[in-house]
Design a protein around this ligand. Structure first.
Ligand SMILES: *Cc1c(COP(=O)(O)O)cnc(C)c1O
Length: 365
């Protein structure tokens, strides 16, 4: 068996030791004689798995006690609707920062449900950087400010947490961290709500995490369906109906791997910085490859790049695949290439990519 280097943007690579452990436990979970997939979500065995996963996540992110962790489904896309539904019960206008495709989708959903105010955008420059703090102009009645920490398609990341001053200081900050949660330490107390679909950096598809400050659980619009209502999840230990049990278990194994094998998020962040630097250095050192993003806002997780000669794109992808480097095709909306360097992608994988890029340039440049 050969596991190839997988640079997929999502569902993405998972740590091999996690998959090995899941394989060992697949048919007979810890001598219980059944698989986690076959357990009742109400059984003591599964409740223990669920609670351990939450406890480890809390330890990794140092989540303060006044925040609830919700294990949901529906992906980040469902949270695009949950955010206005759960935060507009006291009135006010949703405020958004626009930095690319994912933040635009969140804005579109808010517009559909309630309307929104665009507090800042980096569209004019082509989304190659993020708005500066002093460019953010909230509406007078802002109910929250939403932004996307890491634009997975554009390869653009915030290098600061927007801090709101004056009357804005009380406005909850809501963040889509689908492609960056757990890639580095995080000061959760700066945020009202953080959410992330699992399939980028947390676990398999099917699970979505929401971390919600508890005072914000009282603001849902009255018609919010129960399965979209954060408070209903908080009051029912995320088990209103059958949760995605196996994805929850696997995310729990990823949290253990981060804690025990990697040594926590500081250690993970150092590995991620080194991986990204290897690839960006290779891109910057050549005229054959390029990345348009302002250096301060370059994503450490998703690295888009284009070839100077677009006619070579197909050969690049074919030869990369033959060399064991999978899923380097850029998003269909932007073309070019994209290498996603999530936690489970090793330095060795990045070095193999850099070596391949260099060889490809020698042969075709
Ligand atoms: C992938 C992604 C989404 C959409 O996630 P789904 O789970 O497919 O709904 C939203 N935001 C960001 C930043 C993403 O990377």
């Amino acid at each position: 068996m050969t596991r190839r280097y997988n640079f997929c943007a999502g569902p993405a690579a998972l740590p091999t030791p996690v998959l090995e452990r899941a394989r060992e436990e697949m048919l007979d979970y810890q001598g219980r004689g059944l698989s986690v997939m076959e357990m009742s979500h109400r059984s003591p065995e599964f409740v223990a798995i669920a609670e351990a996963a939450e406890a480890n996540l809390r330890t990794l992110l140092r989540i303060p006690d006044n925040y609830r962790v919700l294990f949901m489904q529906g992906g980040a896309t469902m949270q695009f609707a949950c955010v206005p539904l759960n935060l507009l019960g006291n009135g006010g206008t949703p405020n958004y920062l626009d930095t690319g495709i994912w933040s635009a989708k969140a804005i579109k959903e808010a517009d559909h449900l309630a309307g929104s105010h665009l507090a800042a955008t980096s569209r004019a420059g082509g989304y190659v950087d993020v708005p500066r703090g002093d460019e953010i102009a909230l509406s007078a009645d802002a109910a929250y400010l939403h932004y996307c920490h890491n634009e997975t398609i554009g390869g653009l990341a915030f290098d600061y947490v927007p801090t709101l001053d004056g009357p804005g200081a009380a406005v909850p900050l809501v963040c889509d961290m689908s492609s960056s949660m757990l890639s580095a330490p995080l000061d959760v107390s700066r945020f009202g709500v953080i959410y992330a679909g699992a399939q980028k950096n947390i676990g398999p598809a099917g699970l979505t995490l929401a971390i919600v400050r508890d005072d914000l659980l009282e603001r849902a619009l009255p018609h919010t369906p129960s399965l979209l209502n954060w408070k209903v999840y908080a009051d029912n230990a995320s088990m209103i109906n059958t949760p995605p049990t196996y994805a929850w278990y696997l995310a729990g194994l990823v949290f253990e791997w981060l804690k025990d094998d990697i040594g926590g998020l500081e250690a993970m962040a150092a590995i991620n910085r080194r991986k990204a630097a290897s690839l960006y250095d290779a891109i910057d050192a050549s005229d054959f490859y390029s990345n348009p993003i302002a250096p301060a806002n370059r994503s450490l997780m998703n690295v888009p790049f284009v070839l100077a000669d677009e006619a070579l794109n197909d050969s690049f992808l074919d030869e990369a695949e033959a060399a064991g480097l999978l899923n380097l095709k850029g998003h269909r909306s932007v073309g070019g290439m994209r290498a996603s360097l999530y936690n489970a992608v090793s330095q060795q994988a990045v070095e193999a990519l850099v070596t391949f890029m260099h060889d490809f340039e020698q042969r075709h440049g």
